[in-house]
Design a protein around this ligand. Structure first.
Ligand code: LLP
Length: 417
């Protein structure tokens, strides 16, 4: 948890200024108690029904974070063989893994089948056929759900809205029945579930309950046809507070899912990502320079869009707070920008901040989800370090990259001498 004590910003028992001084910047900082608490909130909310909370690895795949969730008994939602590798290295149980994604390769399917995952969430007929072949070659049966697209508008940013008819994701719910019947006839597939995921950063329950109502009808029809459905995977998507949003809590969300499914006699799966890690992490960055342009004041910091791309990519708002007690003086309207050679390289635009000076450390809040995982080495910038705080102590869970890391795997052809 991130709290203020005597004007200083702390992560649990550790002042963020201390981490910045000892580890340097930019650095991601995560709170282990916050991760645990967010997982437990989901687990408690779904307690009335059989359930598996499958942490969506894409939100933050740092090994220590996967380990923390594995210790809680979490399952995992993956979208690649790389994520499966990370889950296994993090100590996660592959039997509690669900595998989504519309472009799974045959190699990835074989890897997941060999690991014994809980379920493949299949997104097209072509993928179904490929999985049948992979399972036949391995002499196994693959457990499958179809990811259906219930065509509800999640009312979120278009780039993270996934459940509408125009979306590349999922199978239109209108044709799902037919495809289920086809899947049920394939000898190396076990049809076990229904899956949907309608979008991310949802701030109201209605799209979820609308999707659930449509999926319930489908489950009824499938059962009438003798197709047994044991798992209902409602995906992820619950939003968090970045600024003024007031999303439902995991308790409210869980209660709605329980109420809408408890008569169905199945195991409920959810795949939360952002709501488990988003507010459990911040990005620490140091002010390099102040610069006054003709119409704007820029606060130039050492973190950039390559470290945290959400503001540049979605125009996302991330709160920014000085880690020490604010300096006296009037707030100023500034752009907080990084060193990268792109005009989209900003962490905040026209933001009102207390006066800051060079060397001050700022915390970019709510950066635990879709932060480090979307980082790149653009402009040959080594990626940031990461730290996990537990009470009064912290550990570096990912070293800052070195310049040598930047050229790892590259070679010079002999013809170039
Ligand atoms: N399940 C599936 C199939 C997904 O595609 C996603 C996210 C999740 C679960 C987890 O959703 P969450 O609970 O985190 O909303 N980079 C964007 C978000 C992309 C979300 C992609 N899919 C951002 O920074 O806002």
């Amino acid at each position: 948890m991130f709290t203020e004590r005597d004007g200083q910003l702390y992560c649990d028992g550790v002042p963020l200024a201390r981490i910045a001084a000892e580890v340097g910047t930019p650095t991601y900082v995560y709170s282990l108690p916050a991760l645990r608490e967010s997982y437990r909130a989901y687990d408690r909310a779904l307690a009335p029904v059989p359930h598996v909370v499958c942490y969506s690895v894409k939100a933050n795949n740092t090994l220590a974070i996967l380990r923390a969730f594995a210790r809680e008994g979490s399952g995992f939602d993956i979208v690649s063989g790389g994520e499966l590798f990370r889950v296994e290295r993090g100590g996660g149980d592959p039997r509690r893994v669900v595998f989504a994604g519309l472009g799974k390769t045959r190699d990835e399917m074989a890897q997941a089948l060999a690991a014994g995952i809980l379920m493949f969430n299949v997104e097209s007929v072509a993928e179904l056929e490929a999985l049948e072949q992979v399972a036949a070659a391995a002499g196994r049966r693959a457990p499958v759900a179809l990811r259906v697209n219930p065509d509800v508008d999640p009312k979120t940013h278009p780039y993270i809205s996934t459940g509408m008819q125009k979306s590349k994701f999922g199978i239109d719910i209108g044709v799902a029945l037919e495809i289920y019947e086809h899947a049920a006839r394939l000898p190396h597939l076990d049809v076990v579930g229904v899956d949907c995921h309608i979008g991310s950063q949802l701030t109201s329950l209605t799209p979820f309950t609308d999707a659930l109502a449509r999926v319930r009808m489908l489950i009824g029809r499938l059962r009438e046809r003798g197709i047994g459905i044991h798992y209902l995977d409602m995906g992820g998507g619950l939003g968090i507070t970045y600024s003024e949003e007031r999303p439902p809590t995991p308790a409210e969300y869980g209660a709605a899912l329980v109420a809408g499914t408890r008569d169905l006699d199945l195991t409920m799966i959810v795949e939360p990502g952002r709501s488990l890690v988003g507010n459990a992490g911040v990005l620490l960055t140091r002010v390099l320079y102040l610069k006054d342009g003709p119409v704007k004041r820029f606060v130039i910091v050492d973190a950039a869009m390559n470290d945290l791309i959400r503001p540049a990519l979605y125009g996302a708002y991330q709160e920014i707070r000085p880690v020490m007690a604010p300096r006296p003086g009037k707030t100023e309207t500034v752009d907080v920008v990084g060193p990268v050679c792109e005009s989209a390289d900003f962490l905040a635009q026209d933001r009102s901040l207390p006066p800051v000076e060079a060397d001050d450390v700022l915390a970019v809040m709510s950066a635990g989800a879709y932060g480090f995982v979307m980082a790149s080495n653009y402009n040959a910038r080594p990626r940031a370090a990461a730290v996990l705080v537990d009470g009064e102590r912290y550990d570096v869970i990912r070293e800052r990259e070195s310049v040598e890391d930047l050229i790892r795997g590259e070679s010079l052809p002999a013809s170039l001498g």
